[in-house]
Design a binder for this molecule. Structure first.
Ligand SMILES: *Cc1c(COP(=O)(O)O)cnc(C)c1O
Length: 402
């Protein structure tokens, strides 16, 4: 059956507007479309393909598990899930893991756990969730309401209640909002969708102190920042601030849908049998792939390599900007970088993304003003240089239009 990009308009719900080309094959950080045009991939499936496309270790794990057992449900446990949970708890603050299938589901579990914990420990009045403007936590109705962009949660009827938003980076405002009604504070330790915003470490430390003072749980959403992307397994390790609950997804599966919520033994106790669940959560195929991702990423050479690759990106982006003067700032950490457009190009991030695509580079935006790169952690240095040369050609087109 012949399908093309036009088929999308015929048969798909129109909630997405995908690019004009249809990728069919990928290897490492290169992708080919239906016409066999080649692209360099700085998009990484939106910060998911942490080891590029068809990494041999992941393909092997998928094939091996695919020939053993695919699915069991949670009526039975399984070896890949147990091994992955062991590795996640051995290498983080956490003692316990709950598996889900996506970032939103991991966050939904985190929020429900925080509410249940507060209810059982402190009583009914402690139900308020505080989150941050421009934050993003997924698209289920609870998580999208906790997210800090009302445009995403408006228009679906009554929203889940007792959710308020503070300004990211403004500790005084958060201090004002917190009280003995505060159940939990949920935040990204670096905002992704909101525009690649790296907080002042003192702000994050201050949030932890406020949570301690008010007996509120601190939930770190590391769905985008996690699994090696910032040069540590999780960004909290760079910040030296330990959350009570951490959520991880995207890079965790390297392209296979999986998510996880990590927490301490004491908090985990509050999700007793029957309180929450998922048919697929902890599925053996997903966990086998995630275990392979974990084994490759949790290695000093890969993690330190992320910072070396960041330096290559920054050097070339600064050089490009000296020539074309389009960015106000290059921000982010490791393999999660944002090129913030200056006032002259305000609101045009998507134009830059499309122009780059025309020259054979896949990249992302984060809001209207930031071009985002979330490539593989093991992208070859030559692909970074070649990809940025293509990006520069796209920029040249936009600058020439003026
Ligand atoms: C992408 C993202 C999510 C949602 O993950 P899904 O897998 O799309 O549900 C949640 N939080 C953050 C920080 C994200 O970047």
């Amino acid at each position: 059956m012949q399908v093309t990009r036009n088929t999308f308009n015929d048969v798909m719900v129109p909630n997405y507007a995908p690019a004009a080309m249809v990728p069919v094959r990928g290897e490492g950080s290169r992708v080919w479309d239906q016409e066999n045009n080649e692209f360099i991939d700085f998009a990484g499936g939106i910060a998911v393909n942490v080891l590029g496309h068809c990494h041999p270790a992941l393909t092997k794990a998928l094939n091996e598990q695919g020939n053993k057992i695919w699915h069991l449900s949670n009526v039975f446990t399984n070896e890949p899930a147990l091994r992955l949970a062991k590795k996640l708890t051995d290498n983080t603050f956490a003692d316990k893991v709950y598996f889900a299938n996506s970032g939103a589901e991991a966050n939904e579990a985190a929020l429900k756990l925080a509410r249940r914990y507060a209810l059982e420990k402190f009583g009914e009045d402690r139900s308020e969730i505080i989150a941050f403007k421009q934050g993003f936590h997924g698209r289920t109705f609870f998580t999208v309401t906790v997210g800090g962009q009302p445009a995403y949660s408006d228009g679906f009827g009554p929203k889940p209640g007792h959710i308020i938003h503070s300004e990211y980076g403004n500790l005084d405002m958060l201090a004002e909002m917190m009280s003995d009604k505060t159940c939990a504070v949920m935040m990204e330790p670096m905002q992704g969708e909101g525009g690649i915003i790296v907080p002042d470490p003192a702000f994050v430390k201050g949030v932890r102190e406020l949570c301690d003072k008010h007996h509120a749980l601190l939930i770190f959403d590391e769905v985008q920042s996690g699994m090696g992307r910032t040069g540590k397994l999780y960004e909290y390790m760079n910040l030296d601030v330990v959350p009570d609950i951490l959520t991880t997804a995207k890079s965790l599966g390297g392209g296979f849908p999986v998510g996880a919520m990590l927490t301490t033994k004491e908090i985990a106790e509050h999700l007793k049998p029957g309180t929450h669940g998922s048919t697929y959560g902890g599925n053996p195929l997903a966990c086998a792939v995630a275990e392979a991702v974990f084994d490759v990423v949790n290695n000093p050479d890969v993690l330190n390599g992320v910072l070396k690759k960041e330096a290559i990106f920054r050097e070339h982006l600064n050089r490009i900007n000296e020539k074309y003067n389009v960015f106000s700032e290059i921000r982010g950490k490791g393999m999660l970088l944002g090129c913030a457009l200056n006032d002259e190009y305000k609101g045009r991030a998507k134009d830059f993304m499309v122009a780059a695509n025309n020259h054979g580079l896949m990249c992302l935006v984060a809001g209207m003003n930031v071009v985002r790169f979330a490539p593989s952690l093991v992208i070859p240095d030559e692909d970074i240089v070649e990809g940025l040369a293509r990006f520069e050609q796209g920029i040249a087109d936009i600058v020439a239009e003026k």
